[in-house]
Design a protein around this ligand. Sequence first.
Ligand code: NAP
Length: 477
Amino acid sequence: MEQGDIGIIGLGVMGSNLALNIADKGYNIAVHNRTASRIDEFVEGAGKLKNQIIPNAQLADFVLSIKAPRMILIMVKAGKPVDQTIAALMEHLDEDDIIIEAGNSNFTDSERRFETLKRAGFGFLGIGVSGGSEGARFGPSIMVGGAKKHWLQAKEILQAIGAKFKGESCADYMGTGGAGHFVKTIHNGIEYADMQMIGEIYGIMRDGLGMSPLACSEIFKSWNEGPLNSYLIEVTGHVLAKIDKKTGKPLIDLIVDQAGQKGTGRWSAIAATKLGVAATSIEGAVAARALSALKQERVAAEKIYNGRQTGGKNQGNVEIAIEILEQALIAGKIAAYAQGFAVLKAASEEHEWDLPLASIAKIWRAGCIIRSKFLDEMSLALEKGNVQNLLVAPEFVTMMSNNQNALRQVVSLGAINALPTMCLGAALSYFDTYKMANGTANLIQGQRDFFGAHGFYMSDREGMQNEDWPPTLAVET
Ligand code: NAP
């Protein structure tokens, strides 16, 4: 058997699918997994691709079975398992071999691994892979970070296995160090916001309009034919239409309303906060998932406040046109994506990554979870360059102007009828605050100067000013 063009460690859901994708594209692939039985199962299940797979249960033999300089992709559980795998692997590597770490890693870990491997004379690429198991098998979106020379070595294979949009590969180079994993993190933050906003619109349909899951499903399916066309809207249409085999009831009504999270949405919100960038919709989506986890507390609180009950007396007492819901979702989505791209722009400056914003929108057009028609329009707007914020890119100004009133209607209707719009509301407030020439931070500056002599600038004079403030009444203790 020939040597592998590339090796892969970790034959779990993602690793095994990526390995088959690589073999499908005509490459020979060496494979290794901590639990040896998984290697045998993988080879057995590989069908006609079996001949291109070089299995090895011993790490040293696995490394030798790859062409030098080697490219070894690691797809194991994120965190310590990645560090353990890298440490074990380093004992067998030769200079100029490249480790490609493809799990959901925190970008700070990728920065650290990049430096450690560089010092040891090895290459490191930290790549964000989005698209779930199906994406891994048939074409994910791939965001690559590391040294450009190592990207150029791995480019052919990574672009071959990446999703394609109008013939262009959705695998691209983002920048040095942890840039690839950072972009993947923000992708996931946007994904959280996108999902949450869809969830909030579903909530209005279910609890406000009293619509059945099937009726909601039909609406989402029809929206998938229009400007909201996207993977997540398509998925939503399917989920809402599914009937539970055991009970014959809509599955969605039986799924417990507690959303899981593995951390990337949270990392996204943390990154935005650290950079001092407003990402209210992403933060709102993370907060909504945190509140969703408090099932027992929510059940108790609903009783205390005699709250709106699903299927209860308040259901179906709201009036709003379905087109308004669609338009509100479009406006909310623009504001949330604007936030995500603002975080990317700030991080690019902070870390000197020179992130290719238009290419990021391009590689998200296919393969990944947030893939959509909308991202194609976004990439065209970003390609024109120097976009301060998507909200002021001409294409989006038109879209936002046409849809902002619908977002106002939905958020106000939600507020009055106790239908939560954590993320849509945050999107609207972000938009309104961003486009407000004269905000209210002047009062904050006055307060800060009052209690901390922090100073403030004035519109009619130069330099930092302080004021003499009166004493306050002592607070009794
Ligand atoms: P998985 O199916 O649970 O597989 C985990 C893999 O990690 C197995 O090969 C396992 O080996 C290996 N592993 C765990 N601990 C290890 C250790 N200490 N040392 C060596 N190997 C170890 O996971 P997955 O879904 O493929 O996810 C892999 C990575 O991709 C994660 O970072 C995940 O967050 C990311 N990701 C997943 C998705 C998705 O949709 N699933 C999408 C994008 C990214 P054993 O067989 O020996 O246990």
